[in-house]
Write a protein that binds this ligand. Sequence first.
Ligand SMILES: *Cc1c(COP(=O)(O)O)cnc(C)c1O
Length: 407
Amino acid sequence: MFNNLEEIDLLIKQHEAYRQQCLNLIASENYSSQTVRNYLTSDLGNRYGCYAGVDLTAREYRGNRYIQELEAKTQKLVGEVFKADYVDLRPVSGHVAGIATILGLLSPGDLVLEIHLRDWGHGMAQLMVGAPHFGQTLEFDDIPFDQNRIVDLAMLIGKMQECRPAMVIFGGSGMLFPEPVAEIKAVAEKMGILVAHDSSHVTGLIAGGVYPNPLDQGADIMFGSTHKSFPGPQGGFIATRDFNIYERVGNVLASLVTSHHLNRLPALAVGMLEMKEFGKAYGEQIIRNSKTLGKAMEEAGLTVIGATKGYSETHLILVDVSKYGSGVHISKILESSDILCSDDFGQLDRELRIGTAEVTRRGMEEQEMKRIADFFKRLIIEQENPEQIKEEVNLFASKYSGCRYSL
Ligand SMILES: *Cc1c(COP(=O)(O)O)cnc(C)c1O
């Protein structure tokens, strides 16, 4: 139990000092600038801004004079960055944005094709069908991949023709290469199938123009998180060019979220301005770092997925460590050396997901990727003592305490 402020301060300080000296390679996390952090704390965090449907002026609370303008201007800015005509910022996280998309656009009995959890899917529909209510109204099947973790276009089209889904959701948590959104849209349009893109992981890369914009490729809707490759405050969003879709999802959102987190809006706007100014340089460095890291890992003797395709076109690589132990086990060994990355949360338990967004933001480039691969080699293949390597990791990580690409 906490008894006073000092005790709370102490834990925050301990956490921050610890994470500062860790090498954070968790692909779903990032390092937001001090500016973004400063704009996260204001009176807005204590106010209600709920509105009916999608009409920003239909406020249910009084005292929203400036909140309304702030939300409208943030929506406009996000819309400009994602080239969307309509944006909803009420989802408190990417997951909520996805649930609203499914509930708003589908009818009882509909089938969703999305990436299976075992292929690093997030399980938007897959997890919903596990709940009694949705289990009776929603069906799920998976999007097929080839051995490079690239969507198998021919198989997917075959599946669409055979199973007649109502929606295909691209985007997962282990995305290495862009998906065939345009090709699938061409088929889906004729069959009346909706195409959605869960951009949670690649939001920052899309903002920087280094990953294809799903709306440009014909996706009916994109949604996701604002805190993964996009270095903003935690939260979610929906973006579309179709008013009808916007309205249907928005109507559901009003029933899923009543106190949307208003304090996040100015911080998100700051993040968007940062990406407008630095997003391209940031994104290009991230991808160079991923490719360099993939190659260095392979040269170190590890098995990297997608090696024949250049390892990655995103902020992450996937390494198969099954020769040395389970993913969970190896990620815990790495953690004991203060190297943080993800295993696949108990699915096939063979791969590690290693992200480059945060280390890029903190100033690391190609040279540093080789050093990181060397840590992996020494820990996983040569099985050196993690305690000893931890000291080197701490020294190395502490040198990159800045925050690049920020206002
Ligand atoms: C992280 C993630 C989400 C959920 O986002 P939250 O902001 O954590 O709710 C949804 N979809 C995918 C593919 C993700 O990786």
